[in-house]
Design a protein around this ligand. Structure first.
Ligand code: HAM
Length: 410
């Protein structure tokens, strides 16, 4: 039997239908917040990511030389594409509120919540440097969590790179990049690696403790801290999910300029469900107009793990009916009946085999249909339809109009 590639997933209907509902909830929430849908290519030039996404993403690209000799890659994330799209159009009316839900590819080590191919929702506001834009994207992310039933199962962790830079200055720390790296990897690296980074940075245990616990903000005066606190206060005006300042949130991507945030499960047993922040410079770096931006990416994989853990990974009940066909007259009648039912919004499947009636009903029950409509000569001649409740076994005949009302309401 041929095998699928490591880090890739097959999406069978029983899970994909649930995934699709979740995606619809996410996108519906984006639209309710006034975000408009966009999309981009699945392949981009490797150059697009150089110096923008950072070393980690550069090392994880699915890159190859195409037939024209160009070095291209499957897109590892949406932000550089988004920046390119905005940079190349001078006529766009800003601020823009854009979202997309697409597949992305990263050559990562597959593990729980991490694949080489994944879906990610991106929502970004481009063209506003106001903290209100930060608050709006955070409120959107929190509303999505609430819409998925996770409002009290997750928390938002937030920090700011400019604030961290103030702290670095205040504490006189020389090796900024190593400190960023240490904080970003805090829960992922071993104590040994931590110790060697700490001695490389030359930071005292006391000062590191002040950063890791966040206590440093009690003694620091900084407009960047005031801004962050204002964002958190305004977020609390709208949203109910827990928010906490965590200076260990620096994020792996190179382009973030100030606010950075992630959503985690409450006890932080999983990975980040969502990550994002403010990136004010990429668009001008691509020779576009100066366009400060803020947004997030939310993947499907950790979300799925969390929804499963919380017992929320199930399909909301759909009004589905299966039409079983008894004879030739029933087949002819089934085209009329199925069309009417589908036009009224009911999801209708019908027998496409030569199986006998008993086997058709058995199939419908096994597939989890609640009702089977049975059509034969009697139903055709009397212009009625017979409905069997597959759970109770009860069967009755009614006219089509009444059947539509019943099936829609049951
Ligand atoms: P990111 O932190 O690389 O940010 O990814 C955001 C989210 O995408 C993660 O928290 C995770 O849920 C999901 N994700 C990332 N990599 C994988 C993977 N290999 N397998 C499964 N899920 C994954 C970005 O991508 C930024 N471009 C987000 C952004 C948008 N920032 C501003 N706007």
């Amino acid at each position: 039997m041929p095998e699928k590639l490591r880090g890739f997933r097959d999406f069978y209907p029983e899970d994909q239908e649930i995934r699709r509902e979740i995606f619809e909830t996410m996108m519906e929430e984006c639209r309710r917040f006034g975000f408009r849908e966009v999309d981009g290519p699945s392949i981009e030039s490797v150059d697009l990511y150089a110096h923008k996404s950072g070393e980690e993403i550069m090392g994880q690209m699915f890159n190859f030389i195409d037939k024209g000799g160009r070095e291209v890659t499957l897109v590892p994330e949406f932000t550089p594409t988004l920046a390119r799209m905005v940079a190349s159009r001078k006529d766009l009316i800003k601020p823009l509120k854009w979202y997309t839900l697409a597949k992305f590819w990263r050559y990562e080590e597959p593990q729980s919540g991490r694949f080489r191919e994944f879906y990610q929702l991106n929502a970004d506001i481009l063209g506003s440097d106001s903290l209100h834009a930060d608050v709006e994207v955070l409120n959107l992310a929190s509303s999505i969590m609430k819409g998925l039933g996770l409002g009290n199962k997750v928390k938002l962790k937030i920090s700011s790179r400019t604030l961290l830079d103030d702290i670095i200055k205040y504490l006189n720390i020389g090796k900024k990049d190593s400190l960023y790296y240490l904080l970003d990897r805090w829960i992922k690296i071993s104590d040994k690696e931590k110790d060697s980074l700490i001695s490389e940075i030359g930071i005292s245990k006391e000062n590191l403790e002040l950063i890791v616990t966040g206590k440093i903000i009690e003694e620091l005066k900084s407009p960047n801290l005031d801004r962050l606190i204002k964002i958190m206060d305004e977020f609390n005006e709208y949203s109910t999910i827990k928010i906490e300042l965590d200076l260990k949130i620096v994020r792996g991507l190179a382009y973030y300029t100030s606010t950075v945030f992630e959503i985690w499960d409450l006890d932080e047993k999983m990975r980040a469900i969502m990550g994002g922040g403010r990136y004010d410079n990429i668009i001008s770096q691509m020779n576009g107009d100066y366009t400060p931006a803020v947004g997030f990416g939310m993947g499907d994989a950790v979300l799925e793990n969390l929804l499963k853990r919380e017992g929320l990974w199930y399909e909301k009940e759909k009004k589905r009916v299966f039409i079983s066909i008894a004879d030739d007259k029933g087949r002819k009648y089934s085209y009329y009946v199925s069309k009417k039912l589908r036009e009224s919004g009911i999801m209708v499947d019908l027998n496409v085999t030569e199986r006998n009636l008993g086997k058709q009903i058995e199939y419908a029950a096994k597939m989890g249909f609640k009702y089977s409509i049975i059509l034969g000569e009697r139903e055709f001649t009397n212009k009625i339809i017979s409905i069997r409740d597959l759970i109770t076994g009860e069967q009755f005949s009614i006219n089509l109009e009444d059947a539509i009302i019943k099936l829609k309401n049951s």
